[in-house]
Design a protein around this ligand. Structure first.
Ligand code: 13P
Length: 335
């Protein structure tokens, strides 16, 4: 089992973080539509391959989360994608859930699916070179939500997923995402996120998951994006640390935040402050999708053949976040 702990630590060593490039084809199509690039398998690969071959991969990125389509693709230089990633020193990972569906019994909430046949799919991904996996549970905050049913059933699924992944010698990323959409206050986000994370660990322990061999991927504690309640970045950092200190068992080696719709700079600034105030033993890094790729995608869409220019934009964001994961970022480093 210490092998899994080593993988988790390697992914997050020295301020390294995770590039979440595991958008499903539907989500990636939305992203590409947004910048007027046709969503073909070739274009999806070209953008992703451009990032995976960037120089910052070696110093900043410890892991890349792939989608099923990408892990089976071959690069323009005829490299298998997991090999291309491994050659940079980063670990290839794979999203294994099959998406959030309507939760029977509470149809305005979601339950993440994908447990049926998971053991067999994991064996296939392991053979393709995956060292870690991801599963995302998703929760909204309203007056009545997240319900006990949603908290309990998503925690159960995350735990069953995690124990299957460890059985197959990979590190599960456990991602319970409390969404920032809504009118809720930061205090409500703090309370609901604490409840969600505590229930996840209760189920992980029940399912005999080795907590030294997981990475937790939580949301930061933020006020809802339609809330009147505005809190400072300092308060975001302090509330986030307080929440995690009170709800995450000390065996967990690392925490890698999702960006969840924050702007690129906000996600970097908040991570930096979390690390400046970090008085825990947890590594606190990033596992960003949008906050690592947004500017690069916008730049790339203007000329999809401009590989070097796109990589420069991505390298900058990756470097800023790796500095933030060490509490060494400052605004004047932004260009
Ligand atoms: P964002 O950083 O864009 O929230 O994506 C992270 C992720 O992997 C969501 O599952």
């Amino acid at each position: 089992m210490s092998e899994l702990n080593n993988i988790a630590l390697k992914i997050l060593e020295n301020g390294k973080g995770i590039l979440a490039a595991d958008e499903s084809t539907g989500t990636m199509t939305k992203r590409l539509d947004g910048v007027n690039v046709p969503s073909t398998p070739e274009n999806r690969l070209l953008f992703r391959e451009t990032l995976f071959s960037a120089s910052s991969m070696t110093e900043c990125i410890g892991g890349v989360i792939l989608y099923d389509e990408t892990i089976k693709q071959v690069s323009s230089k005829k490299n298998k994608i997991p090999e291309l990633i491994s050659e940079t020193g980063a670990c290839p990972g794979i999203k294994v859930d099959t998406g959030a569906k309507v939760l029977a019994g509470s149809p305005d909430e979601k339950i993440t699916e994908g447990l049926d046949g998971l053991r067999e799919r994991l064996k296939e991904y392991f053979k393709l070179g995956a060292k870690f996996t991801k599963w995302r549970g998703v929760y909204s905050i309203t007056k009545n939500f997240p319900s006990r049913l949603s908290i309990q059933s998503n925690a159960h699924a995350l735990a069953r997923y995690s124990s299957l992944v460890q059985e197959c010698n990979m590190v599960p990323i456990v991602e319970p995402e409390v969404l920032m959409d809504g009118e809720h206050s930061a205090k409500e986000c703090y309370e609901k996120t604490s409840e969600v994370i505590k229930k996840c660990f209760e189920e992980l322990i029940l399912h005999k998951v080795d907590l030294r061999g997981i990475i937790l991927k939580p949301n930061m504690i933020l006020a809802g994006n339609k809330s009147e309640d505005k809190i400072s970045n300092e308060e975001v950092a302090k509330l986030t640390l307080k929440c995690l200190k009170n709800s995450v068992p000390s065996e967990v080696p690392g925490i890698a935040f999702l960006s969840g719709g924050q702007s690129e700079i906000e996600a970097t600034e908040n991570l930096n402050l979390i690390n400046k105030h970090n008085d825990t033993n947890f590594i606190m890094s990033y596992s960003y999708g949008r906050a690592l790729q947004q500017s690069a995608l916008k730049f790339w869409s203007k000329d999809i053949k401009n590989i070097e220019g796109t990589q420069k934009v991505f390298n900058h964001r990756a470097k800023m976040n790796t500095l933030a994961a060490q509490g060494k970022w400052s605004k004047d480093l932004e260009i």
